[in-house]
Design a protein around this ligand. Structure first.
Ligand SMILES: *[C@@H]1O[C@H](CO)[C@@H](O)[C@H](O)[C@H]1NC(C)=O
Ligand SMILES: *[C@@H]1O[C@H](CO)[C@@H](O)[C@H](O)[C@H]1NC(C)=O
Ligand SMILES: *[C@@H]1O[C@H](CO)[C@@H](O)[C@H](O)[C@H]1NC(C)=O
Ligand SMILES: *[C@@H]1O[C@H](CO)[C@@H](O)[C@H](O)[C@H]1NC(C)=O
Ligand SMILES: *[C@@H]1O[C@H](CO)[C@@H](O)[C@H](O)[C@H]1NC(C)=O
Length: 527
């Protein structure tokens, strides 16, 4: 019994020393050589620090792949211990010390502590030579060559190589060897599906996310960064959103990121994908597009779609107004199919309309398109602000749960006005002549730095209104609406919540003045 006890004690002591406490080991060995030991430890630590610093600075300069940093301390530990005597105690303590120093150094040199920013993103833009001359104008709206990285992947050379405000152009690799048997689609889907892998193979440094989009996808990049910051880029992530069309989602998948809406793939996932994608694509020759091929490979990798509501495929026709005026409480990240729908502002070209939207998007990117709902009590009106885009005034009282449903100003992708065809709730455009909204579109916006407030002005879109017999004040007399709102860059760092709006007692004739901002304590949307 006694022997066993003492044996246990030795084990305990050894465990304690190997777990990091540089105590003297048991027995007389350590007492015999304390000085030598200290010198040894010092020597080892110094050598280690010098080596580590060298390696860390080297790997910082030359490599984007975090693996190296993590593996260095391990290599070094084995190297240094093999230099030592076969005295087990010495070995244990010195290893422990080395491990500790490694930990401290690792913490200090941890490049992961830096927040994800736009510089960590590489855009892969799917484009075609045929439509390039026209579509490049959408890219110019949002792409900033000074601060962003991206590649436009084309299927062939374009004559006009002028690159002002555009990403560099590359021609996709040959895909004629891949099978494509879908009758409806086009085999360019294979080329587009491989953009992530091809972009990865360019070997750009310090990349955390690959973000795919079409040439007619417009990004609000500040919000893209806000969304990606929430996720650990060292893990496998496939982030995007669905189609608006329930039928599309059934035909393709409710687990697929629709390519035009844009999607993000974390670096390690892109790496894993690139290793298997060509084999994977060969297994699905019958699929239609590039994004379902991508999803098929994601399914093989076992990575599900992480849905973010700000990516918009916009598989609709007609007028986006209803969708934009009731944007979900999530940052607006992308818009797509802008060639298909009407310009988002009336009486402008598509590109002009988006240029106008980019002005408020710059002043308060977090708040762009965010809805707030309030009431003018004295007149019994409902007011809905879609900040940076439009204001609507309705006669009568609509509850917030109605107002936050998009009104069906748009048509289904399958060109039918069928409300069962959407993957979310919508409300019909009201048939009651009194309930037709008065719509005011953004006309100008500026930032007042002394007040730290944005001022945006919305002018009434004059359209004939049917005769209304209600004895109620007529919103038609307002020429414009002025909205005051503080920029709120922290909006999405809090739990999601709609902003509140308040109608001010305005003195100016023909102008309604509204404040938009954080809801105050106890403030809700009620009349
Ligand atoms: C050193 O450890 C090994 C096993 O880890 C053991 O076999 C050996 O007897 C130990 N040597 C001394 C001097 O304790
Ligand atoms: C080439 O494109 C630029 C803008 O990207 C345009 O200004 C220029 O007129 C174009 N040149 C030709 C020959 O089409
Ligand atoms: C449309 O725009 C043109 C010029 O931009 C302007 O002259 C015209 O008055 C506008 N029409 C309407 C209905 O606003
Ligand atoms: C900013 O707001 C203050 C107070 O309302 C006003 O006096 C000033 O003229 C405004 N500045 C600009 C540039 O609009
Ligand atoms: C302006 O207001 C926003 C939101 O209230 C705040 O985050 C920001 O720090 C303010 N800026 C200045 C210069 O006061």
């Amino acid at each position: 019994m006694k022997g066993k006890d003492s044996g246990e004690k030795v084990i305990w002591d050894q465990m304690r020393s190997s777990s990091g406490t540089p105590l003297h080991g048991p027995g007389s060995q350590s007492r015999a050589t304390p000085k030598l030991l200290i010198w040894l430890i010092l020597f080892v630590s110094l050598t280690y620090i010098v080596y580590t610093l060298k390696l860390v600075s080297h790997s910082r300069a030359a490599c984007s792949d975090g693996d190296d940093i993590f593996s260095t301390p391990h290599h070094l530990t084995t190297k240094t211990t093999s230099l030592l005597t076969d005295d087990n105690v010495t070995q244990d303590t010195s290893t422990a010390l080395v491990d500790r120093t490694a930990q401290i150094l690792r913490l200090k040199s941890e490049p992961e502590l830096e927040q994800t920013d736009v510089k960590h993103i590489v855009f892969g833009i799917a484009a075609s030579a045929k439509l390039w001359a026209q579509r490049k104008n959408y890219i110019k709206l949002w792409y900033k060559p000074e601060s962003m990285r991206g590649i436009v992947w084309l299927d062939g050379a374009v004559t006009n190589q002028t690159r002002d405000g555009l990403p560099p152009i590359k021609i996709s690799g040959d895909t004629s060897g891949f099978g494509y048997t879908n009758k409806q689609g086009h085999r360019s889907a294979i080329r587009i599906s491989r953009i992530v892998s091809e972009t990865l193979r360019l070997g750009l440094k310090d990349v955390r996310w690959f973000v795919m989009g079409d040439d007619d996808t417009v990004f609000i990049t500040d919000n893209l960064v806000r969304v990606l910051r929430k996720y650990d880029h060292t893990q496998y992530y496939y982030i995007g959103s669905l189609s608006e069309s329930h039928l599309q989602n059934i035909f393709f998948s409710y687990g697929m990121a629709y390519g035009g809406g844009g999607f993000a793939i974390s670096y390690p996932l892109a790496k894993a994908l690139s290793k298997m994608q060509d084999r994977c694509i060969q297994r699905y020759p019958g699929l239609y597009g590039s994004d379902d091929r991508m999803q098929a490979c994601m399914a093989e990798l076992g990575v599900p779609l992480t849905k973010e509501l700000g990516f918009h495929q916009y598989d609709v026709y007609g007028n986006l107004f209803g969708l934009l005026a009731a944007h979900p409480v999530a940052p607006l990240v992308t818009m797509h199919h802008l060639d298909v729908v009407e310009p988002i502002f009336p009486n402008t070209t598509r590109v002009q309309a988006l240029q106008r939207l980019m002005v408020p998007a710059k002043l308060d990117s977090a708040g762009i398109m965010q809805q707030s709902i309030c009431y003018d009590k004295s007149k019994s009106w409902t007011i809905s602000v879609s900040w940076g885009f439009a204001v609507q005034i309705f006669r009568g009282v609509f509850s917030p749960r109605e107002m936050e449903m998009p009104s069906r100003t748009f048509l289904n992708w399958y060109k039918r006005a069928d409300y069962t065809a959407y993957a979310f709730n919508t409300r019909p455009v009201s048939r009651n002549p009194c309930q037709k909204p008065f719509v005011f579109y953004l006309s100008k916006v500026r930032f007042n730095s002394t007040m730290n407030t944005t001022f945006s002005e919305y002018v009434q879109h004059r359209v004939p209104h049917p005769l209304c017999k209600w004895k109620m004040a007529d919103p038609a007399r307002f020429e414009k609406v002025e909205v005051y709102k503080k920029p709120d860059p922290q909006l999405w760092n809090r739990s999601p919540r709609r902003n509140c709006c308040r109608v001010r007692d305005a003195k100016k004739k023909g102008t309604m003045v509204i404040d938009v901002g954080l809801c105050k304590e106890g403030e809700i949307s009620e009349i």
